[in-house]
Design a protein. Structure first.
Lengths: 170, 170
DNA sequence: AAACGCATGTAACATGTTACATGATTAG
DNA sequence: CTAATCATGTAACATGTTACATGCGTTT
């Protein structure tokens, strides 16, 4: 149930509409957690019914701005540090590497080079992002920087691995 | 539909029963792709109906050993290098880091230290695993080594990030 | 004979994706 | 006035999890 907590976390920073949250899922959040529009609106409905968020203001075009409730904050803090993370890892690209023995070494190399290319691009995008963001010195932004740094290190590691791995084939 | 392809990949190495495959998902595969017993048996049924695998031998206790068909091999090779990977990343732990501003710096530090501890353990487990495996020099094992190395580098990177990140807080 | 491991399957539920559907407001 | 963007929602389907159910074969 992490989508639920992603929403609570964002609303704990500031009130927002489903539409606002969707933008964040597509942008800043997209390296960490995904959500489709459909799923998001559904979850907002459930969260409201459960009393963890409430409509705080309505705007044009049926816009509903939600805010987190005290109950929601309690749930968020509980999840953040007390609930054991238990997602099973799923890495589709690495899964393919496992089975590259089923194609020719040339195709395998090509695939791993493609992985390296992706990592390089990701690395660049994150570096650009870092430069473009005006990091206020508020509390929340601090952790955004940590996540960004994680992404950069991850991309670098993946790129280096790809460079090493192509050399191992045959 | 990666579960499907994980199954095809394993059956392309050697025939196996659902039970055999489950063992692999729980062991070697667990760092890369997860599957529950329930899901696996369901998928085997679908794959058989679709003609991508077939029952190749039956054993005691209703054991059904499957083998991949030529059609299955075609599908596997197609997926391996021609289908664009499109899984959206989901990292529950990193999602929490994003929102650590909602708890005290002390609790945040504790959480990141816990992350580092996990990475260290994972690193050790993989190193032990590496030593314990008798790598035959067959084609398939080669790629298993690449995946293992990825895991080791990933764990090391996570550990180093954690060490760096705790120092950034406050 | 009991306990353990092998072996398969179903049902209910939760989560996530794709496609469809609708309409208001704002910018050019 | 027209296109883009804002804004919310539903339906059908695919994927994944937890719990339940059953029984055979082997080892102690």
């Amino acid at each position: 149930m992490s989508l639920r907590h992603a929403v609570l976390g964002m609303l704990d920073e500031a009130p927002a509409s489903g539409y606002d949250l969707l933008r964040r899922f597509e942008q800043a959040m997209s390296n960490v957690w995904a959500a489709t529009q459909s799923q998001l609106y559904g979850e907002l409905g459930k969260l409201e019914k459960a009393g963890l968020i409430r409509v705080h203001a309505e705007g044009p075009r049926g816009r509903k701005e939600y805010e987190i409730t005290e109950e929601g904050r309690v749930e968020l803090r509980h999840w953040l540090v007390e609930v054991k993370p238990n997602r099973s890892p799923r890495n589709e690209v690495l899964l393919r590497v496992y089975f590259l023995g089923s194609v020719s070494p040339d195709k395998a190399k090509e695939f791993i080079e493609y992985m390296g290319e992706n990592s390089r691009e990701r690395e660049e995008r994150l570096t650009e992002l870092e430069a473009s963001i005006d990091w206020g010195d508020d509390n929340a932004a601090q952790y955004g920087r940590l996540v960004l740094e994680w992404g950069k290190r991850f991309s670098a590691m993946s790129r280096e691995w790809s460079e090493w791995a192509v050399k191992q084939i045959d």
